[in-house]
Ligand binder design. Structure first.
Ligand SMILES: [Fe+2]
Length: 566
């Protein structure tokens, strides 16, 4: 039995379940090549069907999340969403009045959840899209937004008993929820209203410091560490949010808060403003999680929602004594809710409440024939089959080169986990600068992250708790490993590690080959893309990126590729 999940909003995507297993999940941006795509995920659905070798008519159950008023409106009037998307991404010229109007429209709608009729109208629009793709006899299930986030985390975390916490900008009238998972049953215990959203707060901060909301929040987090530290009592934003038990209260509504934040930001350098915002976010999250653990007496936590993309806040949560075991759903943002919605429907229909989930390699795969066809099309590339590519790549990395590393199935979620990655030495500032400026083309202060052998993690990082195979958490690097990790730590010596074990044998072997040369199995790992573009999906995307960045070395499945024009 197949269940298809589709999400047609911010970071649209699709996921396919078969008999209680996740067989495919991907996001539309990888196909349309527009970062965080918003259109109906036609390409992702087709990719899922192709992977499974089935036709639309083989699917009789489809799940989709979110039927709030604002989302329903954009389903009916997609042009609205397209204009906002382009404006938000700064693909349209600056028009201050339009920007102000858009923000006020958006913030004015934050408190409006699902109104009568929204479910039905959303179903009509989603059905129409599916029918135009050849779907015929299917039942469509609408799933609540935060239930989709929560289910994704709960049913993949592997805990028998857990506290499941979701936090994001907003969805279906809420910005957060707290549930308990016991014996496969997820029960919502507390909800946080969208009006009180600290996710919207962080979006607003991102916008006010001149960056793109819903996209550049990680840069705000990185920039915050360049401020001199403040005590929380001196933080001018400290009164904006109060945590009461397991709920949060915002002092202002979203529109008034935006005006307040603009006035504060006017008076100080950006990094100080970012620091205050990050500090407030961390305080609120830590208090909320602490209170929830105390109230429900459960120390295992499973987290999802866009706010948990903030690895520094996650670190503060992990460091709580009350937290026993933790898990962050790897596709924590809205890109992950097609899968969560499908799982929720699988639970309702079949009682499935646990999925094998030891890796996130759930996307497209191209065999060597397809790769070779793409390579043959470009005479400026030379290539050869490379039977010892792990050692070859390790040698190149050790000699201060960076390499493009493309293997097997594409990762699900925002992080490259060794199948669509750019790799380099972990201890070289030169290669870091080269990557930032010439290849990734991004801001100098954004740190790179390391991949490391799981067995080396506690030799390189302080207080390792858990197996972070999805790169969802910050850790402090050990002081004596500063030189070894200089290109993969931030200014405060924290890193966002990807720990690698047997779930990716090729990548594990590459790290083992690095370890033979440098004593530790660690490399710099950044996503295989130019900054602001989606991660590469196909061999053609990989080749185009190689040419555009004039990169010399690439490993494409079994082939070693060299660019003669590098
Ligand atoms: Fe969300």
């Amino acid at each position: 039995m197949y269940i298809l999940g589709v999400w047609d909003g911010h970071d649209a995507g699709a996921a396919l379940l078969q008999d209680g297993k996740i067989i495919f999940a991907s996001n539309e941006e990888r196909y349309t090549r527009r970062k965080l795509e918003i259109k109906f995920p036609v390409n992702s659905v087709n990719a899922a069907l192709r992977y499974a070798g089935i036709k639309p008519t083989d699917i009789d159950t489809v799940a989709f999340p979110t039927t709030e008023f604002a989302k329903t409106m954009t389903r009916v009037f997609p042009y609205q969403m397209e204009v906002y998307y382009k404006f938000r991404r700064r693909k349209l010229p600056l028009r201050p009045r339009l920007e102000w109007w858009m923000h006020m429209m958006k913030y004015g709608q934050t408190g409006i959840g699902v109104l009568p009729g929204c479910d039905g109208i959303s179903k009509i629009v989603v059905s129409k899209h599916l029918r135009s793709m050849g779907f015929k006899q299917f039942k469509l299930h609408a799933v609540d937004h935060h239930t989709s986030h929560a289910t994704g985390a709960a049913f993949t975390c592997g805990f028998d008993k857990a506290l499941v916490i979701t936090m994001d900008g907003l969805g279906d009238g809420l910005c957060g929820s707290i549930s308990t998972l016991e014996n496969g049953k997820l029960t919502r215990r507390s909800r946080i209203r969208a009006r009180d959203s600290i996710g919207i707060f962080y979006e607003q901060v991102t916008n006010i410091v001149g960056m793109r909301e819903l996209e550049d929040e990680g840069k705000v987090m990185a920039m915050a560490d360049y401020s001199f530290p403040f005590k929380f009592e001196e933080n001018k934003l400290r009164d904006l949010y109060a945590v009461n038990g397991t709920s949060i209260r915002a002092k202002y509504g979203a529109a008034a808060q935006y005006n307040f934040l603009s006035r504060i930001a006017w008076t100080m350098p950006r990094e100080q403003f970012a620091y205050m915002a990050q500090q407030l976010l961390e305080n609120v999250l830590v208090q909320l999680v602490q209170n929830a653990i105390t109230e429900y007496g459960i120390g295992n936590i499973a987290l999802s929602g866009g706010l948990f993309a903030n690895v520094k806040a996650n670190m503060k949560v992990r460091e709580l004594d009350a937290v026993k075991e933790w898990y962050v759903f790897p596709h924590m943002g809205d890109g992950g809710i097609a899968l969560g919605a499908a799982m929720q429907v699988d639970y309702e229909l079949n009682g499935t409440h646990s999925y094998p989930f030891d890796n996130a390699y759930l996307g497209d795969e191209f065999d060597d024939n397809a790769v070779e066809t793409a390579l043959k099309a470009d005479p400026t590339l030379s290539y050869e089959s490379d039977s010892d590519r792990m050692s070859h790549a390790a040698e190149l990395i050790n000699d201060d080169n960076y390499v493009f590393w493309y293997q097997g199935r594409m990762e699900y979620g925002p992080r490259a986990l060794g199948d669509r990655s750019i790799l380099a030495k972990s201890g070289s500032d030169d290669v870091k600068e080269k990557l930032n400026i010439y290849v990734k083309q991004r801001e100098w202060y954004q740190p790179f992250a390391p991949s490391m052998l799981r067995s080396d993690a506690d030799k390189l990082l302080e207080s390792v708790k858990g197996y972070d195979r999805f790169m969802t958490m910050a850790y402090k690097a050990k002081d004596d490993k500063k030189a070894l990790m200089q290109s993969v730590v931030h200014i405060d010596l924290t890193a966002r590690p990807h720990m690698v074990g047997d779930e990716n044998p090729n990548y594990r072997d590459l790290l083992t080959a690095v370890k033979k040369r440098t004593k530790y199995g660690i490399v710099l790992n950044t996503s295989f893309n130019i900054h602001g573009q989606p991660i590469v999906m196909s061999p053609q995307d990989a080749i185009a990126t190689m040419k555009k960045t004039k990169t010399k070395h690439m490993f494409l499945n079994d082939f070693y590729v060299e660019n003669k024009e590098a």
